[in-house]
Design a protein around this ligand. Structure first.
Ligand code: UFG
Length: 327
């Protein structure tokens, strides 16, 4: 039985991956500093949890000494684009320096299999869509820059140290586990779907559409929303590929579906039968008009494609969670 160290395993995407791995008979060790994660997401008593930050070299030494880790998955990055512009130091220190610290601990202990959460933010403003993996990477904010820096570090480590990895470039993660036991809960919420749903639970007064004058059919930004359980499966498949064959890969994870801000609002209204209070405000800095993934490589490499191919189905799981949140 393989042992997976999931760093940031109590966060939104990490917690869904932990659940999937435990359901598929992997030994899972979670390391999380609880800055964004929720202890309550760990409803499986078979998982060992260490509360620590990957800056903490001593804590990493203990983990890699105590457990025989086969592969590491890394989710513990900061991911607020706006904050990364205002406070880039925070992002470079955590997303890059602390990641290097984690990689150093891995190398010291001869653990050379790594699954990395990268982002479509590494591409910057698309030159064409759908975006394939060969698209130039020119990030337009520090968050995207940190993800690209780590991708480059991983590539160098692969050549120098036989370090095998898969960097998964997520598009817009959305939805929640259909069980309703785990879901999305950020201390500061900035993402569109949870914010729209919060207007329907009364937690929020209205939703601002950040610009309705983009060059898109309805004037609002288009994104590629991918269900978090589809993301989880892709992580497991990528991990199995790396464990079995090694290699170095960068793969987009999206559905290829084009969904505008107005489409999301309409879908939330359809599902709940309620009207979303909307105001139109100015464009948000750094938002490309369209971000949509080409899914060909994920299909070819991992034999994976999204099972949630309808935005209503994705939002239904988010709505189920939003109404009955456990944390
Ligand atoms: N939006 C609104 N109103 C809001 C919130 C969002 O109109 O209150 C719009 C945004 O302008 C954007 C779309 O809804 O057009 C989606 O915005 P999100 O904040 O939900 O997601 P992003 O596309 O900005 O962010 C995602 C990931 C980031 C990643 C980024 C890459 O969450 O981690 O894609 O560009 F960096």
């Amino acid at each position: 039985m393989k042992t997976v160290l999931v760093v940031g395993g109590l966060g939104y995407i990490g917690s869904h991956v932990v659940q999937d791995l435990t359901e598929h008979n992997y030994n899972v060790v979670v390391l999380d500093d609880l800055s964004e994660g929720h202890r309550e997401s760990l409803n499986n008593s078979n998982v060992d949890f260490i509360c620590a930050n990957i800056n903490d070299t001593g804590a990493l030494e203990n983990v890699f000494t105590k457990y025989s880790i086969d592969v590491v998955m890394h989710f513990s990055a900061f991911a607020y684009v706006g904050e990364s512009v205002d406070n880039p130091q925070k992002y470079y220190l955590n997303n890059v320096c602390a990641t290097i610290n984690l990689l150093s601990a891995m190398l010291r202990h001869n653990v050379k299999k790594f699954i990395f959460s990268s982002s479509c933010a590494t591409y910057g403003v698309p030159e064409y869509t759908p975006i394939d993996e060969a698209h130039p990477q020119n990030p337009i904010n520090p968050y995207g820059a940190t993800k690209l820096m780590v991708e480059r570090i991983l590539n160098d480590y692969h050549h120098a140290y036989d370090f095998d990895y898969c960097a998964l470039r997520y598009f817009n993660a959305a939805g929640a586990d259909p069980s309703g036991k785990i879901g999305e809960s950020h201390r500061i919420e900035t993402h569109l779907i949870p914010l729209v749903l919060k207007t329907l639970t009364g937690e929020k007064q209205n939703i601002s559409i950040f610009g309705d004058d983009y060059e898109t059919p309805d004037g609002t930004c288009i994104r590629d929303y991918i269900h978090v359980c589809d993301l989880s499966l892709a992580h497991r498949l990528a991990m199995e590929l790396i464990l079995d064959n090694g290699g170095s890969y960068c793969v987009n994870l999206g559905t290829g579906m084009r969904t505008s801000v107005k489409d999301i609002i309409k879908a939330c209204e359809d599902i709940t039968g309620r009207t979303v209070p909307v105001v139109v405000s100015r464009r948000r800095c750094g938002d490309p008009a369209v971000l949509v993934a080409s899914t060909d490589y994920a299909k070819k490499l991992l034999g994976w494609s999204a099972s949630y191919t309808n935005i209503h189905d994705i939002i239904k799981t988010a709505w189920n969670w939003e109404q009955n949140k456990k944390y």
